[in-house]
Design a protein around this ligand. Structure first.
Ligand code: COA
Length: 418
């Protein structure tokens, strides 16, 4: 088997919920030895959240903690802190995403970590960065989407700010941290020094809302945004409005009804009117006369009647399923896709073939589906396994640190480990 790129890297995964675990899970997929350190009573809260079976770890946990080992230990006790010190002295990376101040309260502040191990890379996720006036707040997914500019620009103009179903605050922040940690590993190879890598959820959401900050500056300069549905018939205020399903770049697009939309909430496609493909698009939807018609031949001419055009396309779509429509439109190079439900994604054979959706065996549960690596490498493919039970590797890890059976029994009796 090909050696994975992170083999030999030791990671202490002192994270919970989603942002931190998503990051460390990927480190584990690519070969790092990831040790999840959890509270003896209950462990990561997600083990117990949204359970589909009262007796086994929730999918919320298993889908974010595969390929890891679990050490259940009370790190607030002097004995537990001593174990943490031993682990930190040997580790390459420590990742945490506790509430602000929690690491300091445990005596695991950055100064102490550096003293114990100057080569340590310390990854930290918080809701807001250190310069923020809100840097003391606890933060979950939707809080971050609201603070990062995503919610104010998502949804429809006549509705409230709307959060996305995609985890822009949580998993996205974890992916940003992952990039930071890998850069810090490269930097340490050159300098011999570790460092702290901090990512805030607000910043990570804003990084994905970049085009909306672009639009804010354009709006301030010209007073309108030509690709938004509000143009030219509606009003613009002084901040980027919610644009419904409009395309975010210079190419107008919309979610359009297909055959069966009356009964199936996902019988839709996303249709893009690509400027450079207008001729073939007009032919595809049965309006070849629009190619030369000055009312339709340029993006500027089309924008005032964009919803009229979308309506005409919906008429063309009325007798086609979303799959049939895409099969026709692909012949005309129209950028489009069916709106896929989670049910369709779970059963999609191509996503299974590529390893993007993976079936995993979990102790006590049997098989379940998870999302595998979206990054494909030509030399290796991660082997996605199950997640550890709480404290499954406590004894193994303490043995590795030199604790004998009596010492471990003592820690168990004092409820310091589970
Ligand atoms: N042994 C003993 N104590 C432990 C422990 C262990 N193994 N692991 C955690 N704890 C303690 C912490 O030290 C903390 O104690 P303290 O509050 O007395 O200092 C306590 O458990 C709870 O910590 P935490 O999970 O941070 O608090 P919470 O459940 O109230 O808040 C969040 C959860 C997610 C809101 C908060 O952690 C947060 O804002 N994190 C930063 C942003 C983030 O990552 N958000 C989540 C994205 S998915």
């Amino acid at each position: 088997m090909t050696e994975l790129p992170l083999s030999g890297i030791k990671v202490i995964d002192f994270t919970g919920v989603q942002a931190g675990p998503a990051c460390t899970q990927m480190l584990a997929w690519f070969g790092a030895d990831v040790l999840k350190v959890e509270r003896p009573a209950g462990g990561d809260v997600t083990r117990n959240q949204l359970r589909d079976d009262p007796d086994i770890d929730a999918l919320y946990f298993t889908m974010l903690n595969s390929n890891k080992r679990s050490l259940a230990i009370n790190t607030k006790s002097p004995e537990g802190r001593e174990v943490m010190e031993k682990l930190i002295r040997q580790a390459d990376v420590l990742v945490e995403n506790f509430a602000p101040g929690a690491m300091d309260r445990m005596g695991l502040d950055w100064e102490t970590l550096q003293k114990w191990n100057p080569r340590l890379i310390f990854g930290s996720v918080k809701g807001f960065n250190e310069d923020s006036p809100w840097n003391d707040l606890k933060v979950y997914e939707n809080v971050a989407q609201c603070a990062g500019g995503a919610a104010s620009t998502t949804g429809f103009w006549d509705g409230p700010p709307t959060v996305s179903g995609a985890a822009l605050g949580d998993s996205n922040t974890g992916m940003h941290l992952l990039i930071g940690l890998l850069l810090a590993v490269i930097d340490r190879d050159k300098t011999g020094k570790g460092q702290k890598v901090a990512v805030s959820m607000q910043d990570a959401v804003l990084n994905l809302s970049r085009v909306k900050l672009r639009d804010q500056q354009r709006l301030e300069k010209v007073g309108y945004l030509e690709e938004y549905p509000q143009h030219p018939h509606g009003e613009f205020g002084d901040a980027v409005p919610r644009g419904g399903n409009a395309g975010g770049g210079g190419q107008p697009g919309w979610v359009l009804k297909c055959k069966g939309w009356e009964d199936d909430p996902n019988a839709y496609i996303y249709f893009t009117l690509q400027e450079q493909n207008w001729k073939r698009t007009a032919e595809a939807i049965g309006h070849p006369e629009w190619v030369e018609d000055p009312d339709y031949s340029t993006p500027l001419a089309r924008q005032p009647r964009i919803f009229e055009i979308f309506e005409a396309i919906e008429k063309w779509l009325a007798d086609k399923t979303k799959y049939e429509a895409v099969d026709i439109l692909r012949e005309f190079d129209v950028p489009c896709a069916p709106v896929l439900s989670m049910k369709e994604i779970a059963n999609d054979p191509a996503l299974r073939r590529s390893g993007t959706v993976v079936e995993v065996e979990q102790k006590g549960r049997g098989k379940y589906l998870t999302v595998g690596s979206p990054i494909k490498f030509s030399r290796f493919k991660p082997d996605i396994q199950g997640a550890p039970l709480l404290g499954e590797h406590t004894e193994e890890v303490l043995n590795e640190l030199g604790y004998d059976a009596d010492a471990i029994a003592g820690l168990r009796a004092d409820k310091i480990v589970a």
